[in-house]
Design a protein around this ligand. Structure first.
Ligand code: HEM
Length: 126
């Protein structure tokens, strides 16, 4: 896909699919997600997760009122999550965002991802 300069539900879904496909295959991140959602990104749990994450990113970056989840609650119940896991998350997420969006847009995803990772780390006390 050509680098995108607008954020749409369609291209956010594309970014999520790219990132989570890599996360599932990753030694560090894979087990967290596979444990919760399975290893087949096409299954229903994954498709619902991708849609929820599209809601989340459209709310964060475009001010849409679509996301009604509980982001801290969701991560508190992930066992063994560590600083190293967040480092890997940022690495894979940033590389994926750079492949989908022009730099000024991918930077917005990356900044938000990094600042939330820091908040999680301090919130979870890890
Ligand atoms: C090591 C890093 C991370 C791991 C292992 C991880 C893992 C997970 C897991 C297992 C879920 C729950 C899936 C479910 O029960 O349905 C989840 C939900 C979610 N994650 Fe993460 N996550 C990480 C980092 C992040 C970051 C940095 C963000 C934000 C940019 C994020 C955003 C979300 C959102 C929005 C949800 C949905 C929460 C809800 O239920 O409303 N995650 N994550």
């Amino acid at each position: 896909m050509e680098l995108q300069n607008n954020i749409t539900r369609e291209n956010v879904r594309y970014l999520m699919t790219l990132f989570y496909t890599r996360a599932i295959a990753d030694e560090v991140l894979g087990p967290f997600f596979i444990n919760e959602l399975g290893n087949d990104i096409k299954n229903q749990d994954w498709q619902e997760h991708i849609e929820l994450l599209a809601d989340f990113w459209l709310a964060e970056l475009k001010g849409e009122k679509t996301y009604k989840g509980n982001i801290y609650g969701a991560h508190i119940k992930v066992p063994h999550i560590s600083r190293e896991s967040f480092k890997k998350w940022i690495e894979l997420f940033s590389a994926s965002a750079d492949e989908v969006y022009i730099p000024s847009v991918s930077n917005r995803f990356k900044q938000k991802g990094i600042s939330l990772s820091k908040e999680f780390i301090s919130h979870l006390n890890i």
